[in-house]
Design a protein around this ligand. Sequence first.
Ligand code: HEM
Length: 147
Amino acid sequence: MLKDPKICFCDDTLPGRLDIKKGDMICYLPYSMGRMKFLWGEDAEDFRPERWLDENGAFQAENPFKFTAFQAGPRICLGKDFAYLQMKILSAVLLHFFRFELKDESRNVRYKSSITLRIDGGLELLASHRQTPDIVYEEEEHLCFKN
Ligand code: HEM
């Protein structure tokens, strides 16, 4: 999400000591926060998924006030764990059976701004079957499991 406006229900003071009034609109910018070097380090803009892993290679969750995709506090997304589980199951199944490569390595991949961040023009991949020993490939599109 590029920005997320909230309306204040009552006068309050933010942790940075900024006074806000009832009815004020406050926006925070997950897009910008996700690229801030003081939050994520000098390589903030690099695609480095390993930053989410600890020294043993296990996923380590970030503070939800820093990684705000699901927001934080009492109104945090109720489906967060479910969403992570879905992503893990789908990734595990797809990566077990297929190998993915960019169709065009030379393409400059860009964002497309919308309510959520998308890939401009999509991302074309070539998928090929992994030759796992316990699977028989009867036809190109048909996977068959051995017992
Ligand atoms: C990648 C997937 C998802 C993302 C990024 C996401 C993100 C969010 C965000 C940012 C909010 C807070 C909205 C706000 O208050 O302004 C939210 C709320 C919520 N989400 Fe998700 N969500 C995801 C998947 C799901 C799934 C799969 C479910 C249900 C199975 C779900 C259920 C909810 C519910 C019920 C709320 C309202 C919580 C409340 O207001 O108390 N979400 N989600």
